[in-house]
Design a protein around this ligand. Structure first.
Ligand code: GLN
Length: 197
């Protein structure tokens, strides 16, 4: 499905320091959205929105600081830039991280507390059909060493649950998923994000 002409002109950045950024790019391209890999403040300066992919949040945290992207991204998020974090990206956007590294930074952009690798060893990766608000039919969600939202403020809108856990949520310009929507063929969650831009 095509997005509106207006949003097709916007550029969606994909944080490309580490992790599964290429799958997000492919999905955005299939939605006819222009993308930009973001590795430097220069790359960041041309984007209207940003996706933070899955990967390893502790490594991304270090690279965000060494690339000097942390401060400008933080400023843009707090000024209202739409941002979508999946898995490790969700950890980076959270207010508080449990079981992270002591020096791990986060953007404190959404009022949730997350626990890293919270689904334990045996089920550290799994797939599930979830029901997403405003989408008809189930969404096939892939969880890989997923973080769990262990606390969230009433200001955070719940968009999907897996059992009793919130796995897709939004607060203002910040959308987060504990799973990897870029790893299924279903573009509807990305489409939901792109429509907000
Ligand atoms: N466990 C990873 C972390 O803490 C996240 C896993 C993922 O993004 N697939 O960064």
């Amino acid at each position: 499905m095509r997005v509106s002409q207006n949003s097709a002109k916007k550029v969606v950045g994909v944080l490309a320091l580490q992790g599964a950024f290429d799958s997000h790019e492919r999905m955005l391209s299939e939605l006819d959205v222009a993308t930009q890999e973001v590795r430097t403040p220069q790359d960041l300066s041309v984007v209207d929105a940003l996706i933070m992919p899955g990967g390893e949040s502790t490594t991304m945290s270090q690279l965000l600081e060494s690339s000097e992207l942390y401060e400008p991204i933080k400023k843009m998020i707090h000024e209202g830039m739409p941002v979508f974090g999946t898995c490790a990206g969700m950890i980076l956007l959270a207010k508080r991280i449990f079981d992270g590294r002591d020096d791990q930074v986060s953007f404190n952009a959404i009022d949730i507390e997350v626990q890293r690798n919270a689904y334990g060893r045996q089920v550290d990766s799994f797939e599930a059909e979830i029901q997403v608000e405003r989408l008809d039919g189930a969404f096939h969600a892939v969880f890989i060493r997923a973080p769990r939202i262990v606390n969230l403020s009433p200001d955070v809108e719940v968009l999907a649950k897996f059992g009793s856990d919130v796995v897709l949520a939004r607060q203002k310009n910040v959308l987060v998923a504990a799973f990897h929507p870029e790893l299924s063929d279903d573009k509807r969650v990305h489409e939901m994000f792109v429509k907000e831009i």
